[in-house]
Design a protein around this ligand. Structure first.
Ligand SMILES: Cc1cc2nc3c(=O)[nH]c(=O)nc-3n(C[C@H](O)[C@H](O)[C@H](O)COP(=O)(O)OP(=O)(O)OC[C@H]3O[C@@H](n4cnc5c(N)ncnc54)[C@H](O)[C@@H]3O)c2cc1C
Ligand code: FES
Length: 284
């Protein structure tokens, strides 16, 4: 039975800083009371304040950056839990459960180039993903800078969180917005189609995506139609984060490796899944 990772713990931390980011987001920097080993990108923590201002159920957030002893989370204000975190001040005590989840697959420099598709706050797991791909993951050949294209889409300019930090990583970064206020006017898939048409990105690529569910459905459909390898990092609603509550089901591909049961648990079997394993698009 899928179980939480063996390095997951319940631990406390103190807030180091809260820095506004974009129109409605912030970077929460915390220092756990117990040091963390280097963490794989796209793993996550369940997070809440220790006081009564947070809802009782902690909320899941991807690790944005690991800086020395500190962890950073890039968070969009959505409701009660994120509002409580946004109001932390230096010293506010936090409760974490983690690190949880599997993280991105080994991003290696052996095969087709990587195209990373991020929508809105779905950019969070990509920062360390790019850093780790460039450094080499799991002893694999590092990915060359020119073999990573990062396509970042949002409704408008102010929701392209911290995009300059991504540009400083030295890979190709292209932005798009629904209203045309920054970069290409359209969504990330239209942008990719445009880059394909102009011959600026090879047709055979490997895809990684994180963003709103509708976007991920479209990415899944594209990957299937073009027979591209593709992994999705899902932001399913979660209750426990450790496989107990059944609150995070993801429909599996019936004929796929996980198909014997109709759902996988996002928290302990994901949040990153290959489109060979799960189907968002087929779920409706
Ligand atoms: C593995 C994982 C990693 C995540 N990483 C990040 C991250 O790095 N940064 C970040 O900002 N968020 C991330 N999320 C999403 C984050 O957990 C939710 O936005 C958060 O739980 C909202 O809590 P809240 O109490 O503020 O909102 P609530 O008060 O619980 O909800 C407010 C509104 O937002 C909607 N909502 C809540 N969660 C989601 C969601 N996941 N998708 C769509 N609508 C939702 C609710 O239905 C409701 O309408 C991640 C989720 C998962 C599962
Ligand atoms: S969130 Fe409880 S089982 Fe996944």
């Amino acid at each position: 039975m899928p179980a939480p990772p063996i390095d997951a713990r319940s631990l406390t931390a103190r807030t180091v800083s809260v820095t506004p980011c974009g129109d409605d987001g912030f970077v929460l920097r915390i220092r756990p009371d117990v040091g963390q080993a280097p963490l794989r990108a796209a793993r996550f923590f369940m997070l809440r304040r220790e006081d009564r201002l947070s809802p009782a159920i902690p909320r899941p957030f991807s690790i944005y950056r690991q800086v020395g002893e500190d962890l950073e989370f890039l968070i969009k204000n959505m409701g009660t839990g994120t509002a409580a975190l946004s109001q932390c001040t230096p010293g506010t005590r936090l409760r974490l459960i983690g690190p949880l989840g599997n993280g991105w697959p080994a991003l290696d420099g052996e095969g087709a180039p990587w195209v990373m598709l991020a929508g809105g706050i779905g950019s969070a797991p990509f920062f360390m993903g790019i850093e780790q791909a460039l450094a080499g993951m799991d002893g694999r050949k590092p990915v060359q800078r020119e073999s990573i294209t990062y396509l970042y889409g949002a409704a408008r300019r102010g929701l392209l969180y911290d995009i300059e930090a991504f540009r400083r990583l030295g890979v190709r970064v292209e932005a798009c917005t629904d209203d045309g206020s920054a970069g290409f006017k359209g969504n990330v898939l239209q942008l990719l189609e445009d880059l394909w048409k102009r011959g600026e990105v090879p047709r055979q690529v490997r895809l990684l995506a994180c963003g709103p569910e509708r976007m991920l459905e479209a990415v899944e459909n594209l990957a299937r139609a073009r027979n591209l390898q593709c992994w999705l990092s899902l932001e399913t609603l979660m209750g426990c984060g450790v496989g107990i509550c059944n609150g995070c089901p993801v429909p599996t591909v019936e004929s796929g490796p996980m198909g014997a049961w109709p759902n996988a648990k996002c928290c302990v079997e994901g949040p990153v899944f290959s489109v060979d394993d799960v189907t968002l698009a087929g779920a409706h």
